[in-house]
Design a protein. Structure first.
Length: 195
């Protein structure tokens, strides 16, 4: 019974981490371009944004990348919420057969919710662009004058607080569900031994 309660409490704690995990910025991305024309510098910020999971879904939807937005929404928001609701229903339900079915279903969709980890992997891939620089130098001739043209860009990305909250949610949710399912198996084993 202690394992079951602990699994339930860990799932609730995971939900508390889930909310800031989807609302707080998961990463920030900035890209700056600099042009040097014979000593005169011009610079412009091309991208400067912080994106949370919710903002990412919204941007994907607005960019007509509806399938990707929908997949991230389903696997990173809907399934975690449904899992927490189901674990709560199982915990509050006194029928052991129903409780077992619910927890087994949660464990089954938990495999699908490994897409949470996939989302984290995508963000890590984006973050791999950190401090990427490109540079291109050319000499231009215009009306008999020669100009040195040097264009460079720099991309910076940083992990935000949302990344850590969401990662902690993923790990705690897996641990909580595993503990709960293990408690149900132990409980069923003890009933079989009594027969």
């Amino acid at each position: 019974m202690i394992k079951k309660k602990l699994g339930f409490v860990i799932n609730l704690l995971a939900l508390l981490l889930f909310v800031p995990g989807i609302v707080l910025p998961m990463f920030s991305l900035s890209m700056e371009m600099t042009a040097d024309v014979s000593g005169a510098n011009l610079s412009s910020t091309l991208i400067d944004k912080e994106l949370s999971l919710i903002n990412t879904i919204e941007e994907l939807f607005l960019d007509n990348r509806i399938l990707v937005a929908l997949l991230i929404f389903i696997f990173s928001i809907c399934i975690p919420v449904v899992k927490t609701i189901l674990v709560s229903l199982a915990f509050l339900n006194k029928e052991q057969v129903i409780e077992k079915k619910i927890i087994n279903f949660v464990a089954a969709i938990g495999k699908w919710s490994m897409a949470d980890v996939f989302v984290i992997a995508i963000f890590l891939a984006v973050l791999s662009t950190n401090h990427t620089e490109t540079s291109n130098a050319q000499q231009l001739a215009l009306f008999g004058f020669k100009f040195n043209l040097h264009i460079s860009s720099e991309t910076l990305s940083f992990v935000g607080q949302g990344f850590y909250y969401f990662t902690a949610y993923c790990l705690l949710s897996l641990v909580g569900t595993h503990l709960y399912q293990s408690a149900i198996k132990d409980q069923n084993s003890s009933y079989k031994n009594m027969e």
